[in-house]
Design a protein around this ligand. Structure first.
Ligand SMILES: Nc1ncnc2c1ncn2[C@@H]1O[C@H](COP(=O)(O)OP(=O)(O)OP(=O)(O)O)[C@@H](O)[C@H]1O
Ligand SMILES: [Mg+2]
Length: 344
């Protein structure tokens, strides 16, 4: 559905040159939800704007739905762009138009009759759950409702692709979740391919199939969400993983002069990380029964992604070197990485 081939975007501002996007190639299949994550200034928005050619790449090809956008003239491009909807952090609604007026706006000049437009707008407002707000003005809506209007508007021309640039960044966690659920529903029921730009790991985990990690204008890591976050290769990816996990707190606890963690002789402080897809097994009770270990869980952070546990635990395993080693082997065979942080 979306193919970028060696796309670069350079901005020349006075005497400075900024390489906002550097040689990015990617391929997003129809019907997928792809996430692009990176810290501020990584080039995410610029890359998104290259997908609908709001920014014309300095180099490379952009192909959407089989059409090479970079080869089209302005008129052809305007037509193609209708098939790519976009939503933003600050909603960008027309303050002087009602909810209805905002959603109807892109349908002007579409050749549809008034009745057809009315039907379309009503069905979109239904879809986003705002049928009763048709006559309200944006200033009378909450942030989540405004984003719902923006989503309805972005869908007016039946796009094949929806680009979402930090669409939930201005919303509270509950509202964020409800907007993400709506995007997922749009993806499922209408088959729209969605590209989500975010700096929040939680957003990626919640709804994306695949993820691209950006840094310094480049895509430095990519793959399916579980795989990338289960075994991050780059420091930037690890930072995102740590941002939603409390497991790295163990280092602070160890450095704490009050030393809240007491290890006795034979005690091992272990960090267990779920590495690959593994069925949920009763690992901890097996360790205690089969290897005769005393297990004390200190920190835990496990989530299900695609039904597979991702994350890990920090535990104290008491039972001496041999039994702990045997247990560690058992765990590694089940795709759990065992790291010895300290021992008594
Ligand atoms: N129109 C422009 N002119 C000059 N430089 C620009 C322009 N747009 C973006 N840049 C620069 O390109 C780089 C990438 O910016 P971009 O907005 O794509 O980052 P981002 O990853 O979306 O960041 P954020 O998370 O803060 O939105 C930054 O250094 C930015 O200053
Ligand atoms: Mg941005």
């Amino acid at each position: 559905m979306i193919r970028l081939e060696h796309v670069s975007k350079r901005f020349e501002t006075g005497k400075h040159t900024v390489e906002a996007v550097r040689d990015v190639s990617l391929h997003i299949e129809k019907g997928k939800i792809a996430g692009i994550i990176g810290f501020s200034g990584a080039g995410k928005s610029t890359l998104a704007r290259c997908i609908n050619l709001l920014e014309r790449p300095t180099q490379g090809k952009v192909i959407v739905g089989g059409a090479e956008l970079t080869a089209l003239n302005e008129k052809q491009l305007r037509e193609k762009r209708k098939k790519i909807g976009m939503i933003f952090q600050h909603f960008n609604l027309f303050a002087s138009r009602t909810v209805y007026g905002n959603v109807a706006y892109p349908l002007k000049g579409s050749g549809r009759s008034r009745g057809e437009i009315d039907q379309k707008v009503r069905s979109l407002l239904d879809l986003v759950g705002l049928a009763d707000k048709a006559d309200a003005y944006p200033s009378q809506l909450s942030g989540g409702q405004k984003q719902r209007v923006a989503i309805a508007r972005a869908l007016a021309n039946d796009p094949e692709v929806l680009l979402s640039d930090e669409a939930t960044s201005a919303l509270d966690p509950d509202t964020t979740r409800s907007i993400l659920r709506l995007l997922k529903e749009v993806n499922r029921t209408l088959g729209i391919t969605i590209v989500i730009i975010t700096h929040e790991m939680g957003v990626i985990k919640e709804i994306c199939d695949q993820v691209y990690v950006m840094e310094g204008g480049q895509v430095v890591e990519q793959g399916d969400v579980f795989h990338v976050f289960a075994s991050p290769q780059r420091a930037v990816t690890r930072k995102f993983v740590d941002s939603t996990s409390n497991l790295s707190r163990i280092r602070e606890l160890l450095d704490d002069p009050a030393n809240p963690i007491q290890l006795l002789p034979g005690d091992y402080l272990l960090r267990l990380n779920y590495l690959e897809r593994s069925t949920s097994q009763a690992l901890i009770s097996t360790l205690s029964r089969q290897f005769d270990l005393d297990i004390n869980i200190l920190l835990g952070n496990i989530e299900l992604i695609d039904g597979n546990p991702l994350g890990g635990l920090v535990v104290i395993a008491g039972g001496g070197h041999d039994r702990v080693t045997a247990a560690a082997e058992y765990l590694s065979e089940r795709n759990v990485l065992v790291e010895v942080i300290a021992h008594g």
